[in-house]
Design a protein around this ligand. Sequence first.
Ligand code: NDP
Length: 331
Amino acid sequence: SREVQLAARPQGEPQHSDFNIVDIELPAPGQGQIQVRNLFLTVDPYMRGRMNDVKSYTPPFALGETMTGGAVGVVTHSEDARVPVGAHVLHDQGWRTHANIDAGRVKVLPELDGVPFSAYLGVLGMPGLTAYAGLLRTAEFREGDVVFVSGAAGAVGSAVGQIARLKGASRVIGSAGSAEKVAHLTGNLGFDAAFNYKEGPVAEQLKAAAPDGIDVYFDNVGGEHLEAAISAMHSMGRIAICGMISQYNSTEPTPGPRNMVQIIGKQLTVRGFLVTPHYDLFDTFAQEVGGWIASGELKFDETVVEGIDQTPEAFMGLLKGQNTGKMIVKL
Ligand code: NDP
């Protein structure tokens, strides 16, 4: 197995020298195990946090050990009757080409017409559920809401905007980091308005895109975006704090929004969430979002990087916005 290990804890932006790629001899799988050859790996923003040596909701990656993360593989050897050779499985032994895994820890994946298996790492997997649960539960989305989502061209954000539209939002606004992404949001994904946050102050651009204000802000970015959203919120508005990617490479604590006092007068709900406790929604989510994908009402994009040796590059690219939709490594 060819595997990617964490060689050093990144200071600020991750560098190539923070990763080591090594070849490891895998033994035959033991009783109750399967061996998989990975087909697709995911790189996700939360992995940046796991590269720091700090206590968090997931323990840090160990130095000199192969990292973990979502992957889809095909079973090449099985010592458990429940998971046959040839099955496609979702599991957490990513950042490597092959793995031996306890059969009870994988999920056998159905093959869907016209949908690649990589979708189980994106729109039909953890990021898709994050969008669904974060919008519908955490932000308590209601029909008629005006919804603003940052990181809107990414895996989570593009699903948030489209789910909001399909559930009857009165207006959906997205922000992203390039003119191409902005054109894609309004041209292909059905956003009513979108802007490039690198082109001018977020507050001004949000005001132009949502002159009458917003009811829901789905935050993937933090910082200036969060401050702008607080100012644009209607009374009783709801903010779901999903991520703050603008801070993940910060080496110093970053200042909070300067307008937090508005949370009181507007009686806002600002609620952070993790996707983990929302897996009870998974079947409902998979059925509804799967249906919209099948009917073509919900679209998803992937940026595919090829080869295990390119995994660090894919991860670094993700943090720099080189992806539209889900960043995937294809082996
Ligand atoms: P994305 O596919 O959205 O990729 C990350 C994107 O972040 C990049 O494409 C880039 O797009 C954008 N970005 C990078 N730096 C900045 C910056 N300084 N300011 C604004 N945007 C920036 O990743 P995901 O969809 O997987 O994740 C989106 C967010 O959701 C992340 O914050 C992540 O941590 C969070 N998340 C939270 C979960 C939870 O359980 N709470 C679960 C899953 C994800 P651009 O070109 O637009 O800058």
